[in-house]
Design a protein around this ligand. Structure first.
Ligand SMILES: [Zn+2]
Ligand SMILES: [Zn+2]
Length: 232
């Protein structure tokens, strides 16, 4: 599986990251499950779910949220409806500023056939004005699993933004990827040993989507089983 892939809705992702291109690349790589996790937005998730409906590939409803502290927090939900309800609650906390595509990049919205049907006009690179702790609580409230993203990166991670790993939160799984750039002390190693981890690509280009290198054992390939695994 590869649970951290950006579509062209994320301003920093390549324009070729359409729902069907992502699905076809994931199938070429023989992945079983993927998630499209755009920055502070979800518009290309449902088109991807629809486009994969007759394929042996599960799309896990997800998002990568920028918290008020500018830490990146992944969230995965058992159903698209749960993701949509959650998103409805948090999207009003994205500051009302317009994207400048010439500076930040385009934010393309597609349908299930990869037709470009619009642009998200909000500045998705902004932070959602809710704290890390509050967002974790909201994700749980909507039956989701919170997964701090790229925790060993020296930017946009819990360590880089909060300075420590927050204790006492209902977080069971963290994300690691190849872009580790932080010096890892013994203290950090000890802290992280308490968590399960997923390994993902954080792909912004088709070629970056993972090969078949990361596995977890699930009873079946359902999103609800995956979310239970991530949150227990
Ligand atoms: Zn990130
Ligand atoms: Zn990302």
């Amino acid at each position: 599986m590869d649970l951290h892939i950006h579509s062209a809705l994320s301003p920093c992702a390549d324009d070729e990251m359409t729902p069907n291109n992502i699905i076809n690349m994931a199938m070429l790589k023989k992945l079983d499950m993927i998630a499209i996790t755009d920055h502070n937005a979800i518009e290309n998730v449902l088109p991807a779910i629809k486009a994969s409906s007759n394929k042996p590939l599960v799309i896990v409803p997800g998002i990568e949220i920028t918290t008020q502290e500018e830490a990146h927090l992944l969230a995965y939900f058992p159903t698209y409806e749960a993701l949509d309800l959650f998103y409805h609650e948090i999207k009003v906390y994205l500051p009302e500023r317009k994207n400048r595509p010439d500076i930040f990049g385009q934010q393309h919205i597609f349908d299930a056939n990869d037709h470009l049907i619009g642009e998200d006009e909000r500045l998705l690179m902004n932070a959602i004005q809710l704290s890390f702790d509050r967002l974790v609580a909201l994700i749980i409230q909507y039956q989701g699993a919170p997964v701090p993203a790229h925790v060993l990166r020296d930017s946009f991670s819990v360590y880089s933004q909060l300075g420590y790993f927050p204790e006492g939160l209902p977080i069971k799984t963290i994300e690691l990827n190849d872009k580790h750039s932080m010096a890892v002390s013994e203290k950090i190693k000890k802290e992280l040993a308490f968590f399960k981890h997923i390994y993902s690509s954080d792909a912004h280009y088709l070629a970056d989507i993972l090969e078949r290198v990361f596995f977890i054992d699930l009873i079946d390939q359902s999103t609800s089983n995956l979310v239970s695994w991530l949150s227990s």
